[in-house]
Design a protein around this ligand. Structure first.
Ligand SMILES: *Cc1c(COP(=O)(O)O)cnc(C)c1O
Length: 367
């Protein structure tokens, strides 16, 4: 049996012809840029996260850059994030000219280790970017409390966490700005690159719209320096269509996570910690073992598409070789990069498929 990570044909539902007709109409009429489809999706996605405003971008990476720009972050400023994130989080900090300050991950949650945060805050620190990694929400009240004490802003990297919530509040709304990606690999997938920011602050929303559209407040009226990062109308139409299924998919991801957790509980594996007050979006379902590479090779030989997110911690990436970080700086992030494996967690996975993944994993440990 072949177990793929994605099945895009399953993401559109039975009435997909309606969407195809609409895309055809948009293509022929020329509805490409900042159309009512874009407005509609952003309004609906803001409502989904219970935020007041959403501003579209080209990608999740651009959403992070835009968020930093809107908060006037630049050279001389320090931005704190975690060593076990995706490249884009740290690249965005570098792109605006600020200095990334890394913190190690918590050994049980894989999220930014709150206990190490206060010691890293200096008079230059401006922003903290927690990453809701794999869809597990970061303990935000602790972070927002610290930020209030030191007058810092919070930008949430929500690229894994569409629909994740803590104490009934959706991620993206705890800090000043939440950044989402709709890359085809994410829980809500465009047919290419797309992203957005969400915020409850009207002033930040207006500025973010200016900066994302070449600084324009209305056509040809360039009020600030901007760059060009828009959510395409065709992508917005597709995202608006898929948004109707997102809650169901997240429930399915949780069903799959429960299934894996139960079936694999007897094995020498560690699971990402679960907490009662959270909604986990299970962008990834991770298992942790010192035999990670052998297990991955075995699963691949069984045509199961298990992957590593992420095999090299930020501080050991060539791109950041001049930041002064060395091996051993962030031991938990390094251990996670060696030990974590992501099992397929497609919302449409059947019981047969889940059993096959579980049986193959059991077989690896029992032989
Ligand atoms: C995917 C991702 C991003 C960037 O999103 P893109 O849309 O691919 O630019 C940022 N942060 C994290 C944690 C991600 O996984």
């Amino acid at each position: 049996m072949k177990i793929n990570r994605y099945a895009y044909e399953k993401q559109f539902g039975p009435d997909v012809e309606e969407l195809f007709d609409d895309i055809k109409r948009m293509l022929l009429v020329g509805n490409y840029v900042l159309t009512k489809e874009v407005t509609s999706f952003l309004k609906n996605f803001a409502a989904f996260t219970h935020a007041r405003y959403a501003c579209g971008t080209n990608s999740g990476t651009d959403a992070l850059i835009l968020a930093l720009k809107v908060l006037n972050i630049g050279p001389g400023d320090e931005v704190i994030t975690q060593a076990n994130t995706f490249h884009a989080t740290v690249a965005a900090i570098k792109f605006v000219g600020a200095t990334p300050i890394l913190i190690d991950a918590d050994n049980d949650t894989y999220l930014l280790d709150i206990n190490q945060l206060e010691a890293k805050i200096t008079h230059r620190t401006k922003v903290i970017i927690p990453v809701h990694l794999y869809g597990k929400p970061t303990p935000m009240p602790e972070i927002t409390e610290l930020c209030a004490k030191y007058h810092l802003s919070v930008i949430e990297d929500c690229a894994h966490a569409h629909g994740s919530a803590l104490n009934g509040q959706f991620v993206g709304t705890f800090g000043k700005i939440g950044c989402f990606s709709f890359h085809p690999s994410k829980n809500l997938a465009a047919a290419g690159d797309a992203g957005c920011i969400v915020t409850n602050d009207e002033d930040l929303y207006v500025k973010s719209q200016w900066i994302a559209s070449l600084g324009q407040d209305g056509q040809n009226n360039h009020v600030v320096l901007g760059f060009n990062s828009k959510l395409d109308a065709l992508q917005a139409r597709i995202l608006d269509w898929k948004l109707q299924f997102l809650n169901k998919w997240n429930e399915d991801r949780n069903r799959i996570a429960d299934y894996y957790t139960q079936k694999l509980s007897g094995l020498p594996l560690i699971f990402q910690r679960r907490d009662v007050n959270e909604v986990h979006a299970y962008h990834q379902f991770t298992i942790r073992t010192k035999k990670r590479d052998e297990l991955m090779a075995f699963l691949k030989s069984k045509e199961i598409d298990a992957v590593v997110r992420y095999p090299i911690a930020i501080h050991l990436q060539h791109a950041f070789q001049n930041e002064g970080w060395v091996k051993g700086d962030f031991p938990v992030a390094e251990a996670l990069s060696r030990e974590l494996l992501c099992l397929p967690v497609r919302p449409d996975m059947t019981e047969d498929e889940l059993n096959y993944v579980c049986d193959s994993t059991l077989q690896f440990f029992n032989t």
